[in-house]
Design a protein around this ligand. Structure first.
Ligand SMILES: Nc1ncnc2c1ncn2[C@@H]1O[C@H](COP(=O)(O)OP(=O)(O)OP(=O)(O)O)[C@@H](O)[C@H]1O
Ligand SMILES: [Mg+2]
Length: 263
């Protein structure tokens, strides 16, 4: 019997400022345009602007719910009589979800206070696993570095999309991220690479270096002046025109991830 897989989970990683949020936003845009919905967008970067990229607000964050058992069950309100504690927690987490047409957004935020986040992280991981099953596509925008991936959102990841800039340093960082994900034993089915802000003509030497990373190259994204322009004008990235260079570039990349990747 063929059991159809429920959702495709894509996590976007990379070193700081390489274009992770831009790529995550554009992948979500692609899915929405192609009616491959509903999408669960997860903003796993405390400093991220994924909500803005999607034209949504991320005021309610998982981090504000609490960090410890006490936060959940004592400091932040009473569990209604007769309700199991875990169910109450699930309810609180579901209230954090920002819902819009086609896209639901979960913002992790920054948990308050110092100390161990094990409890919230465990709850969250389980919650995301359950929640993710309701969506055919889950896109996770990560902060630079990967540690939190295992702590907070690790689950079966179909594609770990690593975004690099057009530099050898960017490629080296991408390889480190791949190694880290192996060391952390993240359950990643495929790693792949996107080079962002690439020049029109890519040097053959650079391609050789890409080859040496061993990471399958999904494609290049050009520098596109509409991207910072949208940012400055506070326009959501998701509403960029079809003919803008980054949108044109992301389409074949998205097809590789969402269509060919399913086969
Ligand atoms: N292809 C592009 N063309 C022009 N500008 C771009 C492009 N991609 C990203 N940018 C700009 O570069 C900056 C960083 O992009 P982005 O926020 O997507 O990176 P990031 O990897 O998510 O950063 P961080 O590590 O801070 O989360 C932003 O100002 C964005 O507008
Ligand atoms: Mg970002």
């Amino acid at each position: 019997m063929c059991v159809e897989k429920m959702s495709t989970i894509v996590a976007v990683a990379g070193k700081g400022g390489t274009g992770k949020t831009t790529v995550a936003g554009l992948l979500i845009r692609y899915l929405q345009q192609n009616s491959q919905t509903p999408i669960l967008a997860v903003d796993a970067d405390p400093d991220s602007n994924l909500p803005e990229a999607l034209g949504m607000t991320g005021e309610k964050t998982v981090g504000t719910i609490g960090r410890t058992r006490e936060d959940f069950f004592v400091n932040r309100g009473q569990v209604p009589a007769g309700m199991p504690k875990e169910a109450y927690l699930e309810l609180k987490l579901s209230q954090v979800l920002v819902e819009a047409k086609d896209i639901d957004l979960m913002v992790m935020g920054r948990p308050e206070g110092a100390g161990c986040y094990c409890y919230i992280n465990n709850v969250l991981r389980k919650h995301l696993e359950i929640l993710g099953k309701n969506y055919p596509y889950v896109i996770i925008d990560n902060e630079a570095g990967l540690e939190h991936l295992s702590r907070r959102t690790a689950q079966d990841i179909d594609f770990l999309v690593i975004v690099s800039d057009y530099s050898l340093n960017g490629l080296r960082a991408s390889v480190r991220i791949k190694k880290l994900s192996d060391e952390m034993k993240l359950n990643v089915k495929a790693h792949c690479l996107i080079i962002n802000c690439a020049p029109e003509s890519v040097s053959p030497r650079f391609l050789e270096e890409v080859d040496k990373t061993g990471l399958p190259l999904l494609g290049f994204m050009p520098e596109d002046k509409t991207v910072p322009q949208y940012d400055i004008e506070r326009k959501p990235l998701i509403s960029m025109p079809d003919d803008s260079p980054v949108v044109t570039a992301i389409n074949p990349i998205a097809i590789k991830i969402f269509q060919e990747g399913k086969q």
